[in-house]
Ligand binder design. Structure first.
Ligand SMILES: Nc1ncnc2c1ncn2[C@@H]1O[C@H](COP(=O)(O)OP(=O)(O)O)[C@@H](O)[C@H]1O
Ligand SMILES: [Mg+2]
Length: 317
C-alpha cells in the first residue's frame, strides 16, 4: 500500500531574479513498511524534497504538483494543519543536529516539549515520556538535564532519533543522519534507526549521499540528479545492476570500487542543459540526448529509469 505519493513535484526558488530549479517533475511513492533511500551528489535537491514533504521551505519558493498523504494534498493544507502532521504523522530528523538542536534547552526539555505541544500534557508526564524515549535510543535518562554541547556527535544523533520518533509517526524523514560520524558510530546509528523503524512498522525516507548507508538500510532507492529523479529500483537492483549511466558512475566513485570520480560537474540549477541533464558527462551520449528531454519510463518490476538507452518494452530483466 502506498502511504505517501509525490506527483510531478516542482520546487523553484527565486534567488535574486534567477530561478533555481531545485526539484523538477518528481514522481515518487513511499510504501507502507518501506525504507526508501534518496541518493545523489550534494546540491542535487534531496533536502529540498524532504522539506517539501513536511512543508518547511523558505518564502521565496514556488511549488508545483501534489504530495498526497491519506487522501489529502499536503501542499494545499494550512500551516496550522501542517503543524499537526509534522512530527505526529511525518516525523523528521533534519540535517545537522548541531544546528537543529536548541543550544539553550536541555536535551530532555527538547523531547518533553514535543509531548507538551502535541499532547497537551503536564511537565512531569512529558518528562517521563522523554525518559522512555531516551532509554529506547540508548541514552541513560540521567543525562536528560545536560545541554546539546555536552553530547558527542553520535549522542546528539540519538537525541534526533528520539525527537523524530517521539510521537510515533507513520513516516520518518531522515536527512543525512550519519553525517560527521565515524564509521563504527555510523553503523550503530544506522542499525538503531532501522531497527526502530522496522519494529514500529513505520516507513522511512532516508536521504543520504552515502551509498554504503543506503545499501545497509533501504528496500528501494531513488537516485536524484540536478533536481530530477533518474532511477528508482529495489536497493539490490540499484547496487548490483544499475541501469542509468549516472547511477553506474556514482557506484564507481565509491571507495571500495576504486574511487573513480565522475568526470565534469553537476550543472547549475539556474542554467540546466537542454535534453538530458546528465548528457554533458555521459559516456553513452548520443545526438538525441542533447536535444530531447528523456521521460521516466517503467522497466521490469515497477522499476523506473530516465534514459534513452532504455525503451518502455525493451531491455527488461
Ligand atoms: N532558499 C533557497 N533559495 C535558493 N536556492 C536554494 C534554497 N534552498 C536550497 N537552494 C538550492 O537548491 C539546491 C538543492 O539543495 P539541497 O536540496 O539542499 O541539496 P542536497 O540536499 O541534495 O545536497 C541547491 O543548489 C541549493 O543551493
Ligand atoms: Mg542535503
Amino acid at each position: 500500500m502506498t502511504l505517501l505519493k509525490i506527483e510531478d513535484l516542482g520546487v523553484y526558488f527565486n534567488a535574486r531574479g534567477r530561478i533555481v530549479k531545485a526539484n523538477n517533475g518528481v514522481d515518487l511513492e513511499i510504501e507502507e513498511n518501506e525504507i526508501l533511500g534518496l541518493i545523489g551528489e550534494t546540491g542535487c535537491g534531496k533536502t529540498i524534497l524532504g522539506r517539501a514533504i513536511i512543508g518547511l521551505l523558505s518564502e521565496n519558493v514556488e511549488i508545483k504538483g501534489k504530495i498526497i498523504y491519506r487522501g489529502e494534498n499536503l501542499l494545499t493544507l494550512s500551516e496550522d494543519k501542517m503543524r499537526q502532521i509534522r512530527g505526529k504523522e511525518i516525523g523528521m530528523m533534519l540535517q545537522n543536529p548541531s544546528i537543529s538542536l536548541n543550544p539553550v534547552l536541555t536535551v530532555g526539555e527538547q523531547i518533553a516539549e514535543v509531548y507538551r505541544y502535541h499532547e497537551g500534557i503536564g511537565k512531569e508526564e512529558a518528562r517521563k515520556k522523554a525518559a522512555d524515549m531516551f532509554k529506547l535510543v540508548g541514552i541513560d535518562p540521567k543525562r536528560m538535564d545536560e545541554y546539546p554541547h555536552q553530547f558527542s556527535g553520535g549522542m546528539k544523533q540519538r537525541v534526533m532519533i528520539a525527537i523524530g520518533l517521539a510521537l510515533n509517526p507513520r513516516i520518518l524523514i531522515a536527512d543525512e543522519p550519519t553525517t560527521g560520524l565515524d564509521s563504527s558510530m555510523k553503523k550503530k546509528i544506522v542499525d538503531l534507526t532501522s531497527e526502530l523503524v522496522r519494529s514500529r512498522n513505520m516507513s522511512m525516507l532516508l536521504i543520504t549521499h552515502d551509498l554504503e548507508v543506503a545499501k545497509r538500510m533501504c528496500d528501494r532507492i531513488a537516485v536524484m540528479y540536478a533536481g530530477e529523479l533518474f532511477e528508482i529500483a529495489s536497493a539490490d537492483k540499484i547496487l548490483s545492476k544499475p541501469k542509468h549511466p549516472y547511477t553506474q558512475d556514482l557506484l564507481d566513485s565509491l571507495p571500495r570500487r576504486g574511487l573513480k570520480p565522475i568526470p565534469g560537474a553537476s550543472p547549475s540549477l539556474t542554467s540546466l542543459p537542454a535534453g538530458c541533464r546528465f548528457h554533458p558527462r555521459c559516456r553513452y551520449k548520443r545526438d538525441e540526448c542533447s536535444e530531447k528531454h528523456p521521460e521516466m519510463i517503467e522497466t521490469e518490476g515497477k522499476n523506473h529509469v530516465r534514459c534513452f538507452l532504455y525503451k518502455n518494452d525493451e531491455n527488461k530483466g
